[in-house]
Design a protein around this ligand. Structure first.
Ligand code: ATP
Ligand code: MG
Length: 448
């Protein structure tokens, strides 16, 4: 089918009141969707729903990733049963969410998310919209076809009935999957206005799947990027984590930045970087993301605190200088800058206290790590946040933002501290297990 015709159908489907049978059954080879690679619990949920007379499909990333021969992150289920009906089918289920009600069916540590088919948005009081056209509530139930056109991208609107082994896709959906094109369903601007997070998802999936962003899907993003400022700050916190802690954080960051999506979420930092001709502030963030990607690949722990500390560092530096120029002594100026940045930033992307406290410590330790001569205090080595702060300094040195080679000095000091503790057998508070003490003897391996 020619693309123009597909677009026409899509426009009609997303704009029309009547439900058009949009999904089509598509042929596939059974080995493309091997049941052994599907969560047993997701299969159980579908089986149970169907046994109770409801429809039940595996949907979204689970189906998409199997067809792409990738390992799905999770398995979502879509059904025509209402959340209450789903809950009644399972002893271990809980209704969650307000804006978007869902059921979580729990099996030990695994949760299967079950969503009721969403309907067309026309004349429903179960859908609320802000004056910018943003959906603030979407709990209007509909048919399977309605549900398909409410999803974000064609490759995310794939439905698999594991009982009858039938695969359903929107027209062009399978073609997009095969030709690796990420295409939003319906009119791109309208869909981004309804939910601006879809712009972040576009960047994330294009990188994760190694797909090309369809031209029309991409075009309106830079102009609409500011709408991200209307998204509840707590939701954006989660979205940024998904973007940057995926294992492809650096590429996703670059894609988002190119589309103008980072500046609205971190306005003070991006403003500070616009004034930094050297490009080193941006390079520090990129070094941190590269190191985070490497750690994720090596299955070493990473923390959002380190990432957010990087993203907000240009703003902290800016205001540190600002307060300092107005006569505040260095540490007071830094403290005020940190308070200012954290407070202002909370209205864009909310950072929970369990992360903002370590962020503050990482920042506060920076001047202590870059002192010279007698002012240097070895007690820093015993600080609970020393290793994260050291890693942070390393990123700043790699980017050239911090030109002296302080990390080398601290590396040596750390090594000496470890060997003297080892020699005197002085108990090291961090070395209470074999694994930790072994790590402590490897100074280059400064874990966070
Ligand atoms: P992954 O889990 O690998 O990140 P996914 O495609 O499964 O990818 P989820 O966030 O788990 O993404 O969402 C599941 C499905 O719900 C998506 O595939 C998509 O169909 C739909 N969806 C999620 N968020 C949105 C949104 N903001 N707008 C429209 N549809 C959405
Ligand atoms: Mg998913």
């Amino acid at each position: 089918m020619p693309r123009s015709l597909i677009n026409k159908i899509m426009d009609k489907v997303s704009g029309s009141k009547t439900s058009i049978s949009a999904l089509q059954s598509v042929r596939f080879q059974p080995e493309q969707i091997p049941h052994r690679r599907i969560s047993k619990n997701a299969l159980k949920v579908i089986e149970r729903l169907q046994a109770k007379g409801y429809q039940g499909y595996l949907v979204g990333g689970g189906v998409r990733d199997l067809l792409l021969n990738m390992r799905p992150k999770d398995f979502d289920v879509a059904t025509n049963a209402t959340p209450e009906q789903v809950k009644a089918c399972f002893g271990n289920a809980r209704i969650i969410g307000r804006r978007f009600r869902l059921v979580h069916v729990r099996f030990g540590r695994e949760i299967i998310e079950v969503a009721t088919f969403r309907g067309n948005q026309d004349d429903s009081n179960k859908i609320s919209m802000s004056k910018e056209g943003m959906l603030t509530r979407d709990n209007h139930w509909g048919s399977l076809d309605d549900d398909a056109v409410r999803r974000d991208f064609t490759v995310n609107a794939l439905y698999y009935d594991s009982q009858s082994q039938q695969l359903l896709a929107l027209p062009g959906g399978m073609e997009d999957l095969q030709t690796k094109v990420l295409r939003i369903i319906g009119d791109p601007s309208t869909r981004y206005r309804e939910d601006p997070v879809r712009m972040l998802r576009a960047a994330r999936f294009a990188v994760k799947l190694d797909f090309e962003l369809d031209q029309q899907t991409r075009a309106p993003i830079p102009d609409l990027a500011n709408l991200l400022q209307k998204i509840p700050a707590a939701r954006l916190f989660d979205e940024v984590i998904k973007l940057l802690m995926s294992g492809r954080g650096l590429d996703t960051f670059r894609q988002c930045n190119e589309l103008g999506l980072m500046a609205p979420m971190f306005p003070d930092s991006w403003q500070a970087m616009a004034q930094d001709d050297s490009g080193r502030l941006m390079a520090t963030i990129e070094q941190g993301l590269m190191s985070t990607d490497q750690r994720i690949q090596a299955e070493r722990p990473v923390t959002p605190a380190f990432l957010y500390a990087l993203l907000l560092w240009p703003a902290v530096l800016h205001f540190w200088r600002y307060y300092h120029q107005r006569g505040k002594p260095g540490s007071t100026a830094l403290n005020q800058a940190i308070n200012h940045v954290l407070a202002r930033h909370a209205s864009f992307v909310a950072i929970p206290k369990r992360f903002s406290i370590p962020m503050r410590e990482i920042w506060e330790l920076q001047p202590r790590l870059t002192r010279t001569g007698k002012q240097r205090n070895l007690a820093v080595l015993n600080h609970g946040r020393y290793r994260a702060a050291y890693d942070f300094l390393l990123m700043r040195e790699r980017s050239g933002e911090e030109s002296s080679n302080y990390s080398k000095w601290w590396d040596q000091a750390w090594q000496e501290k470890q060997s003297s503790q080892f020699a005197t057998n002085e108990p090291d508070p961090s070395a209470n297990s074999g694994y930790r003490s072994q790590r402590a003897r490897r100074p280059s391996n400064h874990g966070r």
